[in-house]
Design a protein around this ligand. Sequence first.
Ligand code: 4AD
Ligand code: MG
Length: 420
Amino acid sequence: MGEGARARLRGWVYRKRDVGGKIFIVLRDSEGILQVVIDRSQAPREAVAEAERADIEASVEAAGVLARDPRAPGGVELRAHHFKVYGESRNFPIKGGEGVDYLLDVRHLWVRSRRLTAVWRIRHTVLKALREYLERNGWWEVSPPILTQSAVEGGATLFEVNFFGRKAYLSQSAQFYLEALIYSLEKVWSLTPSFRAERSRTRRHLYEYWHLEVEQAWAGMEDLMRIGEEMVAYTVDAVLRERLEELSLLKRDTERLEPARKPGYPRITYDEALEILRRKGVDLKWGDDLGADEERLLTEEFETPFYVTHFPKQIKSFYMKTDRSRPDVVLGFDLLAPEGYGEVIGGSEREDDYEVLYARIVEEGLNPEDYKWYLDLRRYGSVPHAGFGLGVDRLVMWIAGLDHIRDSIPFPRFRDRIYP
Ligand code: 4AD
Ligand code: MG
């Protein structure tokens, strides 16, 4: 809108300054902020009275004429002749400078902050881009259940639910259901909450997170790695095109994201990862898992996300197919985000042979009865296939450059307490 144009807007009071002759109110709405000026010598008396009683975060309506003013944020202000309070806001509980514990208590109000709002907007674009990529490449979206009967990713992180007197669990992953659905749709994906009763509290673990999973028939590890990097590159590109303002509000160094715009990310094997770590003074035994610290060290070597592949089978799930030319490793892959962020994708080729899978289940000390239907998929028209899961919150965390995963999602859950 240009100089002199009439405008009417509704929003919330973001800042307010009363300098005697004029009341300056910075209005915040879903588009951004705009300064509204109520001039006591020119605006009607009711408008002035309403502006006077409009406290921080009150919802208000203002109408007037737009005028250029270099002192206003954005260089434009609204000179109001109409001003009205919709919902008052006495003593808004967030004034600035509060600590995280307090802010979590008022998360339902904190979610309005400009910083978090910038994250929600980036998150929106991340979700849109992921969906768009899949849609353009012929993937079917499906809706798997959340209440399940058995563990996909091991018993240690299962949340148990009382299902009418029987035990059920909150899903850790939709993978097994997606595997069942490739027998008709071939390329399927889903976006669901996944639940993990993680033992330790970290900056990159949520108990409830958003999991985007894909599964494809007639495909191997290479095919899925290609899809994973294309999807991530597509998403980074979309955010860099559409959310520059938000990234800048978050002080994200976008130069660091640039190289990730194009697929073709580097790949190293687990063995090479151990070698790199050794050079950096960390001596892992072959067969040790890479923890957050090791991942962070590895990310120092790369400008873009990169794959680590061919892990020892003992540190990965039973369903991963072993490399037949080297049966102590699996055809599994993790995609690690740079700048210390670490794993955002975990995936693999799946074991498709009934006997081998059965033996792996027994070897892991699991009960084949619990995996009866999953094993069935290898009895009726088994097919080579592969898939992966992408942690949406982790992807947002890295792209937005957040210190803590809790700020990638509006209402994170905490072990000691469920905030609103
Ligand atoms: O590596 P994970 O455990 O793999 C699976 O669940 C497979 N069944 C997925 C599949 O192949 N369909 O989890 C996949 C991704 C991780 O790379 C990580 O990004 C994210 O899910 N993730 C978490 N994100 C936030 N908080 C947690 N507690 C997470 N645990 C895993
Ligand atoms: Mg993983």
